[in-house]
Ligand binder design. Sequence first.
Ligand SMILES: CC(C)(COP(=O)(O)OP(=O)(O)OC[C@H]1O[C@@H](n2cnc3c(N)ncnc32)[C@H](O)[C@@H]1OP(=O)(O)O)[C@@H](O)C(=O)NCCC(=O)NCCS
Length: 239
Amino acid sequence: MVIRELSEPHEFAAFSRLEAEIWGANDPTPRALLHVFARHGGVVLGAYDGERLVGISLGFPGLDREGRTYLHSHVLGVTPEYRGRGVGQALKRAQWAHAERLGLPYVGWTYDPLMAPNAWFNLKVLGATVADVLENAYGPLDDAINGTLPTHRFWVCWNPTSRRPDDQGEEATLVIPENVDSLRRRDPDAARRQQEAFFSEIRQRWAAGWRIAGVERDSSRVWYRWVRRSEERGGVDEN
Ligand SMILES: CC(C)(COP(=O)(O)OP(=O)(O)OC[C@H]1O[C@@H](n2cnc3c(N)ncnc32)[C@H](O)[C@@H]1OP(=O)(O)O)[C@@H](O)C(=O)NCCC(=O)NCCS
């Protein structure tokens, strides 16, 4: 398996096809934009097994709320039969190498906090940090993964060379519900209620100064580990 930077029209066409397959969406990133990103400071990557494209990622420089330039990662996907073999991590490391070449301090992206495999991949396998909670980040996407649900997201930042923040303080947990995927397919109304209940808990904790310290799992469950440092509790109580 090799990771390559894509630059040719047929490679961008293959990228869009794979993106549409993975997300079951009919509006993958426009090919013209892939050209623009690849030529103007972004990084469009493909993971190849021989001639077959099995994984994709798209990153480009963005400005965060503090006005710092970072590498925004918009797409990361691996074709289903190649998942769990290190392809996602390899694509992410190649994105980080691009960020480092440009002197950028971190790679930032969003993920759905209800997706336990993604939580594990982002927070445990990569060691990214949840830096913000975004309400309906993209509006409803109407694709195979998200359906018509609001797109509530965690905003994560990743710099594999930096130390994780100290997570001493008051602790709590929040278990990610099981069978989120199948409920979304089977019963969209129940999935919407499940999402609202879960996200409302996240919203309240975040507003009260709790932060995500990591994710843990046992044989049947995956849960977020929360921490509230004393100065954050003090700050919230004073207001
Ligand atoms: C999330 C995704 C990019 C991970 O890529 P990957 O190549 O499967 O991941 P890797 O093999 O490098 O890493 C494996 C780790 O990721 C986790 N993982 C996340 N999603 C997984 C999946 N669908 N299948 C297998 N492992 C997955 C595994 O738990 C594993 O950790 P473990 O060995 O400690 O259990 C990929 O599963 C995917 O394309 N998912 C659908 C698209 C998506 O949700 N993209 C958004 C990513 S934020």
